[in-house]
Design a protein around this ligand. Structure first.
Ligand code: NAG
Length: 326
């Protein structure tokens, strides 16, 4: 009996090795897991997980909330949609809209937004709405220092992506346990480019690479929590050459922020699992040549810092109320 069990295990191990990928192993494990879940449907409802998923107990809500820092450009419909959604999230303190269009926001847009905020905010909490109007159209605008900010942390977001409030609040709680760290939903990775034997060249990689390896070193500011001190550091302490590079190339402000936080903390960011709903159509990342430009940014910033501050990790924060299996 023992022998047969042993040999069966060796065969299975051999098969997995032949396939040779941890990811495939994971997929297999998931299949087995789903079968188990299907079989044990009764057990899970008995344990009452559903009952708790999605609603944090009142007492665990912090008194201080977060500020929504939303970047928008000539897409008022998307702005209206996302603001009316986020206004309903319980931890939201205030909303700052980064406005870089030549014309100031119209009276009707401001009225509409104030109206939906009042309508959707929970328990009639007062949410402050502010426009940060910029004369110059630069990607650095989104990281300008905000004076008199009620909260310590901003949730930086693009106008075309929406997360459910439970997901946002979960990421917020992750940030609270690591307030110096960047915490968010869109991870990216840099690799050392060994193709020409040069150890100091890096490549920027997107979602597939992160998914395949489970490793990342950046969290993009299109959906991330970070401490407000990084806004003032970005504007006042980061080398101005980096800001100039961002303005000139109209790209990579998010990578610059990742470098800044990594240099300050010496630690990796934290990736939070969450479902993303994209409400817009195409963004900058679907334009051609995007990858090469991003790779250039990574190399240029690393040279500017005199070293590579980004730290890789494979930690992923998951809401344990929503995970099926311990
Ligand atoms: C990186 O961090 C160090 C130590 O905190 C600091 O002295 C240095 O100015 C930072 N580098 C840049 C380029 O911001």
């Amino acid at each position: 009996m023992r022998t047969s069990l042993f040999s069966r295990r060796t065969i299975r191990q051999g098969a997995v090795l032949a396939v040779g990928s941890a990811k495939i192993k994971l997929l297999l494990a998931c299949c087995i897991l789903f079968t188990l879940i299907a079989l044990s449907g009764r057990t899970t409802s008995f344990m009452g997980w559903k009952q708790y998923a999605g609603s944090l107990p009142r007492s665990s809500l912090p008194r201080k909330g977060y500020t929504l820092l939303i970047n928008t450009w000539k897409r008022n419909d998307l702005l209206k949609q996302s603001i009316s959604h986020y206004a309903s999230c319980p931890g939201l303190d205030s909303i700052h809209i980064v406005w870089s269009e030549p014309d100031p926001p119209s009276e009707s847009l401001i009225n509409f937004l104030n109206h939906v905020i009042k309508l959707n905010s929970k328990h009639h909490r007062e949410i402050v709405l502010k426009f940060d109007i910029n004369k110059e159209d630069s990607l650095n605008n989104r990281f300008k220092e905000i004076k008199d900010l009620k909260s310590d942390v901003v949730f930086s977001i693009d106008d075309d992506i929406i997360f459910p409030c439970t997901t946002v609040e979960f990421a917020f709680s992750v940030w609270q346990s690591a307030p110096d760290t960047m915490v968010g939903f869109v991870p990216r990775i840099h690799w050392i480019d060994k193709s020409n034997g040069n150890q100091d060249k890096y490549t920027y990689s997107g979602w597939w690479s992160v998914w395949w390896t489970g490793t990342y070193s950046m969290i993009l500011s299109k959906a991330a929590f970070f401490h407000k001190k990084y806004l003032s550091m970005y504007t006042n302490e980061m080398p101005s050459s980096i800001r100039e590079y961002v303005t000139k190339n109209r790209n990579c402000e998010d990578i610059a922020m990742s470098f800044l936080v990594a240099n300050a903390t010496g630690a990796p960011p934290i990736w939070v699992k969450g479902s993303i709903f994209e409400i817009g159509s195409t963004g900058i990342s679907s334009l051609g040549g995007h990858h090469e430009k991003r790779t250039q940014c990574v190399n240029w910033f690393a040279a500017e810092y005199g070293r590579m501050p980004l730290v890789s990790t494979s930690v992923k924060a998951v809401d344990s109320r929503c995970s099926w299996f311990w």
